[in-house]
Ligand binder design. Structure first.
Ligand SMILES: [Zn+2]
Length: 382
C-alpha cells in the first residue's frame, strides 16, 4: 500500500511539475500576439495594401478607407500619434479588412496591428491566426529550399513553442517576440506556397511529453551534442530536453569556429560584474558530459576567485561572436582564443542536423523523436 502510494505520488509530481495539460482538443485555431517593437519616441511607418479600419480603445471608429497610404506612427507624451495627430488613448487597433496586408516599417503582416501605450513603452503587436504565424516562422527560421520533412519538423516545434508561450504567458500585451528571443518572424515576406502547404499538412500538430506542453527549444547547430535544458535555462530536466549526441550537423557552416578576445574586454566584463581588478586570468571551471562549458573561474586580486556562468559570458561578449558554450580556451600572444563548435544554446532540435536528416530521407516524426526523445506529436486542433 505504501509502495503504491509512493508510486502514485511520484507520478503525480512528475506530471504536475512542468507545462500545462494539452489533452483537450480545441475547436478553433487560436490566435497569437507577436510583439514587433516596444520603443517609445521611435517613428514607425504604417500602410495597408487594401481596406482597413482604425478603432479606438472603446471600439469607436477613428478612421477607415480603401487603402492607408504610408503614415507616421509613434507613441509619446501619453498618446498615440498618427500622421502628426495626437490621439489621447492608450490603444488603437488597425484592422485589416478582407485579405489586405498591413506593412509596418516595410514588412507586410497578416492579421491586425495593436498600438499600445504602457507607461513609457509604445508597443506594436501583430495579432493573427497561429497557422499564418507558423507559415512565416518556418521561412524566417530556415531556408524554404530545405527538405520538406525538416520544414515540417520546424513547423511542429514552432507551433508548440508559440502555443506553450500563449498558454503559459505572463506578459499582458503579447505572447511572443518576433526575434530569436522567442522565434524569428518576418511577416508575410517569408512565406510562399511551400511554407503554406507545410502548414496545412501539419495543421494543429504540436509536441507533447507525457501529455503535457513543454518548451520546444531549438537552435542552429549543436556541434556534435545537444545540451540539457536544465543546465542552460534552469528548465525542467525532462527526457525530450536532456541532450544527446548528434552526428548530423558536421556540414553546417557553424560547426566549428574561433574567436579571439582582447584581455581588456574580459577585464571590462569582470568589472561590470563587480569583480575588482587586477584581473589575473580565467579558466574553464565546469562542463557537462559533452564538454559544453557551464561555468568559468576568474582569478583576481590576491589569489581570489569567483565563478561565472558561461551563458552570461556568451551573452555579454555577443552570442554571434562566442557562438556557443561548447568551446575550449587558451591564452595566446594575440589574446584569449576561444575555439568552439556549433551556434546557439544547443537545447532541443539542431536545425542543421535536422536538415541533414531530411536529406537522408528521415520523416518529420523521425527527426522529432531523435531530437526530443519520448515526445509525441498530437493534433490539438483540426
Ligand atoms: Zn547537431
Amino acid at each position: 500500500m505504501k509502495t503504491i502510494f509512493l508510486v502514485l505520488f511520484c507520478t503525480l509530481f512528475l506530471v504536475g511539475c512542468f507545462g500545462k495539460s494539452a489533452q483537450k482538443n480545441l475547436e478553433k485555431e487560436p490566435s497569437i500576439r507577436v510583439c514587433l517593437t516596444q520603443a517609445v519616441n521611435k517613428e514607425n511607418t504604417i500602410e495597408t495594401t487594401g481596406e482597413y479600419t482604425i478603432l479606438n480603445h472603446d471600439g469607436s471608429l477613428v478612421q477607415e478607407g480603401k487603402k492607408l497610404e504610408p503614415a507616421r506612427l509613434m507613441g509619446k507624451e501619453g498618446g498615440i500619434w498618427l500622421n502628426g495627430k495626437k490621439y489621447l488613448t492608450e490603444r488603437l487597433e488597425i484592422k485589416n479588412q478582407g485579405n489586405a496586408l498591413i506593412q509596418v516599417n516595410g514588412i507586410p503582416y497578416r492579421g491586425d496591428i495593436l498600438c499600445l501605450m504602457d507607461g513609457s513603452r509604445f508597443l506594436l503587436v501583430n495579432v493573427l491566426s497561429i497557422e499564418n504565424y507558423i507559415s512565416s516562422v518556418i521561412g524566417s527560421e530556415m531556408l524554404l529550399s530545405w527538405p520538406e520533412s525538416t520544414l515540417e519538423a520546424q513547423a511542429i516545434i514552432a507551433r508548440s513553442f508559440a502555443y506553450h508561450e500563449k498558454a503559459n504567458q505572463k506578459k499582458t500585451f503579447f505572447d511572443v517576440y518576433d526575434s530569436t528571443a522567442s522565434q524569428a518572424y518576418k511577416g508575410a515576406s517569408k512565406e510562399n506556397e511551400k511554407s503554406q502547404a507545410i502548414v496545412r499538412k501539419t495543421r494543429g500538430m504540436i509536441l507533447l511529453y507525457q501529455n503535457r506542453l513543454f518548451k520546444t527549444f531549438f537552435h542552429s547547430t549543436c556541434g556534435g551534442h545537444t545540451a540539457n535544458a536544465h543546465n542552460v535555462f534552469d528548465y525542467y530536466d525532462i527526457s525530450p530536453l536532456s541532450g544527446r549526441e548528434c552526428p548530423f550537423c558536421k556540414t553546417s557552416p557553424h560547426y566549428s569556429w574561433a574567436y579571439t578576445v582582447d584581455p581588456e574586454i574580459l577585464t571590462n566584463f569582470l568589472k561590470d560584474r563587480k569583480i575588482p581588478p587586477p584581473f589575473q586570468g580565467i579558466s574553464i571551471e565546469k562542463t557537462d558530459k559533452a564538454k559544453r562549458v557551464l561555468s568559468l573561474k576568474a582569478f583576481f586580486g590576491n589569489s581570489q576567485t569567483c565563478s561565472i556562468k558561461a551563458s552570461d559570458l556568451r551573452h555579454d561578449l555577443g552570442a554571434n561572436k562566442l557562438k556557443s558554450t561548447l568551446f575550449t580556451m587558451e591564452s595566446r600572444p594575440e589574446g584569449i582564443v576561444f575555439e568552439g563548435k556549433g551556434w546557439g544554446h544547443g537545447v532541443g532540435l539542431c536545425q542543421y542536423g535536422a536538415k541533414t536528416m531530411g536529406e537522408k530521407g528521415h520523416s518529420s516524426l523521425e527527426i522529432l523523436t531523435f531530437y526530443y526523445p519520448s515526445s509525441q506529436v498530437y493534433r490539438l486542433w483540426k
